[in-house]
Design a protein around this ligand. Structure first.
Ligand code: NAD
Ligand code: UDP
Length: 320
């Protein structure tokens, strides 16, 4: 492919996953338009890309509408708060990003004749009663619980995406991302990995929710980005496809692993468990394996070491 022959719009490109996607797309020769309002992301994530001739940054709120001049080949819609702490603090903005924000991103793809990909989430399965979770599972979501602003917004955005596929003939794809971690996570975004790393480095107690027996299956960000791009260009697959780690760990074991990798003597402090916090989570990734030839390549331990190193190198983000 000639340099910048194809142009990709990434909404939420200033966030954790989005900034890695922008970087990888530029490295592969795509021109990238990053749209972000920096409500939960950080301009620091995309500053290194700013001088790049193929990179364009548009500071805008996707929920109030936006337009892009010129041709667009693909729209990747990631703009939404994603950490529970962030979306609980911004409930209305989260619902707007999933509804009107998704509508505006879909409209852009339709206007430009571009391919569309929605970043959905394992949270559409809620607190699952089927384990591990295949894409065919409809989920177990409390529609009026505190997490519903995120879960239901994502479920709505999936429905809206499929409706555009059916009613307007849009080539629209859906990826359901499971807990992803790595560099560029905000130290204060409240998610388990940045919290535990920040606390272990600072020698503070690691705050484990409940008794820490709830599980998550972590995936390093380069693997998640690889899965997203494989789905974007896959000839016969529009999803939903689960992309996530396969090694399920308890939250307590994750805290202990991080404490040991940091070499910290922090204690563990058991704190209240959030309402509707899912008890078990692990993706069935057989669809991604079969149709995208994807499975995670980076071990949890290697990924956590890289993330700790990044937090240490960027100690300003830790407030030290
Ligand atoms: P993030 O908060 O780091 O990134 C989201 C980005 O979207 C931020 O830069 C934020 O400023 C931007 N944004 C939010 N609302 C916006 C709006 N109205 N207009 C413009 N920009 C807006 O979160 P992340 O972890 O990188 O998640 C990115 C996407 O992936 C989200 O859609 C999330 O639901 C999905 N996802 C992530 C994970 C994960 O483990 N990281 C898991 C499942 C799904
Ligand atoms: N968690 C925790 N301590 C923290 C932050 C999170 O024990 O400081 C727990 C949280 O209750 C959940 C798990 O870790 O059981 C993963 O939470 P996270 O916010 O990372 O992602 P989620 O999967 O809930 O979206």
């Amino acid at each position: 492919m000639t340099q910048y022959e194809e142009r990709v719009v990434v909404t939420g490109g200033g966030g954790f996953v989005g900034s890695h996607l922008c970087e990888r797309l530029l490295r592969e020769g795509f021109a990238v338009v990053c749209i972000d309002d920096f409500s939960t992301g950080s301009v620091c994530n995309v500053e290194p890309l700013d001088g790049h001739s193929g990179f364009q940054l548009l500071e805008a709120d996707v929920s109030t509408g936006f337009d892009i001049r010129g041709a667009v080949d693909a729209v990747l819609h990631l703009a939404s708060p994603a950490s529970p702490v962030d979306y609980l603090r911004r409930p209305l903005e989260t619902m707007r990003a999933g509804s009107t924000g998704t509508q505006h991103a879909l409209d852009l793809a339709c206007r430009k004749g571009a391919r569309f990909l929605l970043a959905s989430t394992s949270e559409v399965y809620g607190d699952p009663q089927v384990h591990p979770q295949p894409e065919s599972y409809w989920g177990h979501v409390n529609p009026v619980g505190p997490r519903s602003v995120y879960d239901e917004a994502k479920r709505f955005s999936e429905a809206l995406t499929v409706a555009h596929r059916d009613a307007r003939g849009l080539d629209a794809r859906i990826v359901r991302i499971f807990n992803t971690f790595g560099p560029h996570m905000r130290a204060d975004d409240g998610r388990m990995i940045p919290n535990f790393i920040r606390q272990a480095i600072a020698g503070e107690p690691l705050t484990v929710a409940g008794d820490g027996s709830q599980t998550r299956s972590l995936c390093y960000v380069s693997d998640t980005v690889d899965g997203i791009l494989r789905l974007l260009w896959a000839p016969g697959e529009q999803g939903p496809v689960n992309i996530g780690g396969i090694h399920e760990m308890t939250v307590l074991a994750t805290a202990e692993m991080i404490r040991s990798l940091v070499g910290s003597s922090s204690s563990i402090e058991f704190v209240a468990r959030p309402q509707d916090d899912p008890g078990l989570r692990r993706p069935d990734i057989s669809r991604a394996e079969r149709s995208l030839g994807w499975r995670p390549a980076v071990s949890i331990e290697a990924g956590i070491k890289r993330t700790i190193d990044w937090f240490l190198e960027n100690s300003i983000l830790l407030g030290s």
